[in-house]
Design a protein around this ligand. Structure first.
Ligand SMILES: Cc1cc2nc3c(=O)[nH]c(=O)nc-3n(C[C@H](O)[C@H](O)[C@H](O)COP(=O)(O)O)c2cc1C
Length: 404
């Protein structure tokens, strides 16, 4: 009898413990989304974002962790994190609506200089956010603090505009790597990665609130243990060039290698055919454009984040001693105020001469123009390196051993 009683006590105690344990256990298990397993690496972040109102699911039951997030969505998330402040005015983008769900967020983000859109005037509302764009936007959101971090194995694939941002993200452990020491800057950021970055961003902010009242708190700038300038003080260089037959492109390629800079090919929306390039035909397209100083051939695509660059190496072929008109289109498409432009050209034999001079008036008065140089398409990389070193641009010297 006594042992029967003991048995029941044991069973009852076990049932009681089990009933207490089940709610607690199931609370841990329930992420609220059928596609977010409780043991997924991003489960905690997804739940954090949901609980803090940063990111909802794509439906009541699905989060779509592997899907991308659009640029409009990311700035909307940050706008909400900033408390959805009142905004006035309209944004300058050609592809944003005035009364859409994202309108205030995009306007706020552009006014706060978190985003600048593409150089063709588009914001890219529905474009997926790349990992380096996510880093840059979050970094600006944090107040663009200085940072240094070890290089990723794919560091060279990181665009200049995002270089410090990625360093900052790495130094503060904000964005997960895609694999060991790889950042994959141009891959689309998944919703899971964004959720993780937002959770980590917030934990950094809570640990070290920023005194800047206009922006969310910034993380502690990473101390720079190395003497010498921090990377953000180094000039950011862009090599922009137009090339109809590949000669200027070859020089631009040398510069890209030597300077480890971003390369941008200016492409005419309507490519130049051999007939177009026939300089013996006074009716050819080139001749017509040459004879019309107001001609502005449209450019294909655009360049994002021009404002990040300090120095632009501008390359073009000489056409009748001048830069092709598409270079004028390019110069009128961006604000080069305060930037330094270094022209270079290729030609059959003519020197660069005064070909850059008519271009000066297309840019702001504060644009600094350096004397340019003319090369043949077969110039060696070391000759280009000598020219760069002779320019004595601040903090720029290149080792021509890289050009061997
Ligand atoms: C329409 C036209 C006009 C040109 N005018 C000149 C010129 O005035 N002087 C010169 O030395 N070469 C001239 N060239 C040759 C190009 O400047 C030269 O081939 C250049 O390297 C081409 O560069 P790309 O291959 O990057 O287009 C001209 C070529 C074309 C198509």
């Amino acid at each position: 009898m006594r042992s029967t009683k003991q048995f029941f006590v044991l069973v009852l105690t076990s049932l009681l413990m089990l009933s207490l344990a089940i709610p607690a256990f199931s609370a841990v298990l329930d992420t609220g989304f059928s596609d977010v397993a409780p043991d997924a690496w991003y489960a905690e972040a997804v739940m954090y974002c949901k609980e803090h109102g940063l990111m909802a699911g794509v439906s009541d039951t699905a989060f779509a962790p592997e899907h991308s997030l659009t640029r409009a969505m990311l700035v909307t998330v940050l706008y909400q994190m900033a408390g959805s402040p009142a905004v006035t005015g309209t944004d300058a983008f050609d592809d944003t609506a005035d009364d859409a769900w994202y309108s205030n967020a995009v306007l706020w983000a552009s006014q706060q200089k978190l985003v600048s859109g593409y150089s063709n005037g588009l914001f890219g509302v529905n474009d997926p956010v790349s990992r380096q764009q996510m880093a840059a936007i979050l970094w600006h959101f944090a107040g663009s603090p200085g940072a240094q971090a070890d290089d990723f194995s794919d560091e060279s694939a990181i665009s200049s505009y995002a270089a410090v941002a990625v360093d900052w993200a790495r130094a503060n452990n904000i964005i997960d790597t895609v694999s060991e020491n790889m950042f994959a800057p141009k891959s689309e950021a998944t919703r899971a990665q964004v959720a993780s970055a937002l959770m980590k961003y917030e934990s950094v902010q809570q640990a070290d609130p920023s005194p800047n009242p206009d922006l969310p708190p910034a993380p502690n700038p990473t101390p720079n243990p190395q003497p010498g300038p921090a990377p953000e003080n180094s000039p950011r260089i862009l090599i922009a060039y137009f090339s109809a037959t590949g000669n200027t492109e070859a020089v631009a390629g040398h510069l890209e290698t030597l300077l480890q800079a971003d390369l941008y090919k200016i492409e005419a929306q309507q490519p130049y055919t051999a007939d177009d390039l026939n300089y013996n035909d006074s009716d050819s397209r080139c001749a017509a454009e040459h004879n019309d100083p107001s001609a502005r051939p449209a450019i294909n695509g655009s360049l994002e984040y021009m404002e990040k660059y300090d120095i632009i190496f501008l390359g073009y072929p000489l056409w009748w001693g001048e830069a092709p008109r598409v270079i004028s289109t390019f110069l009128e498409s961006y604000d080069f105020g305060g930037k330094t432009i270094v022209p270079f050209c290729t030609s059959a034999s003519s020197p660069i001469g005064t070909s850059a001079e008519p271009l000066h008036s297309l840019c702001a008065d504060s644009t600094v123009w350096k004397d340019g140089a003319r090369f043949s398409g077969s110039v060696s990389a070391s000759a280009v390196a000598d020219w760069v070193n002779g320019l004595h641009l601040p903090q720029i010297s290149v080792n021509d051993s890289t050009a061997q």
